[in-house]
Write a protein that binds this ligand. Structure first.
Ligand SMILES: [Zn+2]
Length: 276
């Protein structure tokens, strides 16, 4: 298996994380990881239920408006908040799939080996949430979290504990959910091809973004082609990010280089949304 040919770099990385596992084939790391992940998924379920029960123990009178005006669908007077709350969702989210794969096998899901393990990981999330749903009669689901802030705070904590490791913690943020890392050079079509293989494991929500280097105002056919491609691949929620520059003097918006094409001002704001 490819995993047995893990590079020296990978061994060093793994040594930092799991000293006792040094030298053992990487599929064992993956097995160990799956056991730990399973425990974490069960912990998440327990926490969600504890919070749910606590919310349901509140008196409807504490937020009367919510229950008297049909705001909370399903509420049955006299039956407590639970009658409305049980229709909500309890979701288990995630970030950093790409980095987890780097730790385990030294490559992410832009490779066939990485994708194979990614599907096992996501399959576990999906399977467990389906089981919790059956057992608890509540809407458990998997969420590919758009955790823009947590991506940074989680990375800070990780670096404090494990240090800086190449392609794992040598950036300021973890990669969001199961996204292709933003520094990977892939075309919009390749990104859709990769992420669409995993969106089916998430029944509570996910998003796929693509980043275009320039505005598509003059090439809407290209935009349409990309959107159609995403729809054909069953991407449930698709977003396109383009540069959006504003002149702070005259208010002109569009795509600039160093100055406003309208008034020549260099007092400009250049925005380009990225996801971590
Ligand atoms: Zn201007």
């Amino acid at each position: 298996m490819e995993a047995k040919n893990a590079s020296d770099d990978w061994i060093k990385q793994s040594e930092l994380l799991h000293g006792e596992w040094v030298g053992i084939q990487s599929e064992l790391y993956a097995d160990k990881f799956m056991t730990l992940l399973d425990e974490a998924i069960h912990d998440a379920k327990d926490m969600l239920i504890e919070r749910y029960e606590w919310i349901c123990s509140q008196n409807p009178a504490s937020a009367k408006f919510m229950y008297e005006n049909g705001t909370m669908n399903g509420y049955i007077p006299g039956e407590g908040i639970k009658s409305a709350m049980r229709h909500g969702t309890l979701v288990i989210g995630q970030l950093g799939l790409a980095e987890a794969l780097q730790i385990l096998i030294g490559k992410d899901h832009t490779t066939p080996e990485g994708m194979e393990l990614a599907k096992k990981i996501e399959g576990l999330f999906k399977r467990r949430c389906a089981e919790f749903k059956q057992a608890e009669h509540l809407n458990f689901g998997v969420y590919y979290t758009p955790a823009e802030n947590l991506c940074y705070t989680a990375m800070k904590k990780f670096q404090q504990k494990y240090g800086v490791m190449k392609d794992i913690s040598d950036r300021e943020f973890f990669t969001n959910s199961m996204h292709v890392p933003v520094w990977k050079e892939v075309s919009p079509f390749e990104k859709i091809d990769i992420e669409s293989q995993l969106t089916g494991y998430s029944n509570a929500g996910c998003i796929t973004y693509i980043e275009l280097p320039s505005s598509v105002i003059n090439n809407t056919d290209a935009l349409e082609q990309i959107v159609n491609y995403a729809m054909d691949k069953d991407i449930p929620y698709f977003a396109v990010n383009v540069p959006n520059d504003t002149c702070l003097d005259c208010g002109y918006t569009g795509e600039f280089n160093d100055c406003c094409p309208e008034c020549g001002s260099t007092h400009i704001q250049q925005l380009c949304r990225v996801t971590g």
